[in-house]
Write a protein that binds this ligand. Structure first.
Ligand SMILES: [Zn+2]
Length: 241
């Protein structure tokens, strides 16, 4: 009997650990839940507006192509950039600013930020903000965490700065080598509606399928009556309701 009790206890213990781990994993990865401050994945609005966001970069190799696709359609976008890349590619950053797009802080070098100290997080946020400001950008400067991951300290530090944690509601890229432009196009267009925040990664050498899909995504969503706005303009609708 004692043995059976011990086995039962061990089983309950293991189950509790597993549930705790699952809860932890879901909290760090969730695009809609965090313990402190605001987390925004999309905006509730009846207006047919969406925000297009690009993460990582900017890269010297691909910024020009992305800007050209946007310029041909007069579509604004928000670029969540890495401080390290801003410093390394000043011409690409200048071109993004000159075209009237919005820049966002996506960390200094994309190392995970979800288990770091408050001081460390504040330093990295400030260093990246400074690189973006030094490049001549004067507009709104929102933050999106690398990998979209956070736990307790990052949301707390952001809430101290009155900065919402910006996530996304449409992300069609699988980051597998076989994913085609057709699939990224189809999944993105199918998932997007009013108030959505679209996430794409066109800045990598491996992002060719995304760059191929981009013109079709923009044209099809425009044809459906959706209008692209800067992230801060979409967020402004949120505080208005
Ligand atoms: Zn990223």
């Amino acid at each position: 009997m004692r043995f059976r009790k011990a086995v039962l206890r061990a089983g309950v213990g293991l189950l509790t650990l597993a549930l705790l781990f699952l809860g932890f994993d879901r909290l760090t990865d969730s695009t809609t839940t965090q313990v402190f401050g605001a987390i925004i994945a999309r905006v509730e609005t009846p207006d047919p507006i969406v925000a297009l966001t690009f993460d990582d970069g900017p890269s010297a190799a691909h910024t020009g192509e992305v800007l050209k696709i946007l310029a041909e359609r007069s579509i604004p976008a928000t670029f969540f950039v890495l401080g390290r890349n801003v410093e390394a590619n000043p011409d690409a950053v200048q071109a993004i600013i000159a075209a009237g797009h919005e820049l966002g802080n996506h960390s200094w070098d994309h190392s995970a930020m979800w288990l770091r100290s408050a001081r460390d997080l504040r330093d990295e946020l400030a260093r990246t903000d400074a690189a973006i400001r030094d490049a001549g950008y004067a507009g709104p400067l929102h933050f999106r965490p690398p990998f979209g991951r956070k736990f307790l300290m990052l949301p707390w530090v952001l809430s101290q700065q009155n900065r919402p944690n910006i996530m996304w509601s449409v992300a069609a890229e699988s980051f597998t080598p076989g994913q085609t432009a057709d699939e990224i196009h189809r999944l993105t267009v199918a998932a997007t509606g009013p108030g959505d925040i679209i996430l794409l990664h066109p800045m990598y050498g491996s992002g060719a399928a995304t760059r191929d899909a981009l013109p079709r995504i923009l044209d099809d969503l425009t044809a459906r009556g959706l209008q692209f706005v800067l992230l801060s303009d979409l967020l402004a609708r949120r505080s208005a309701d």
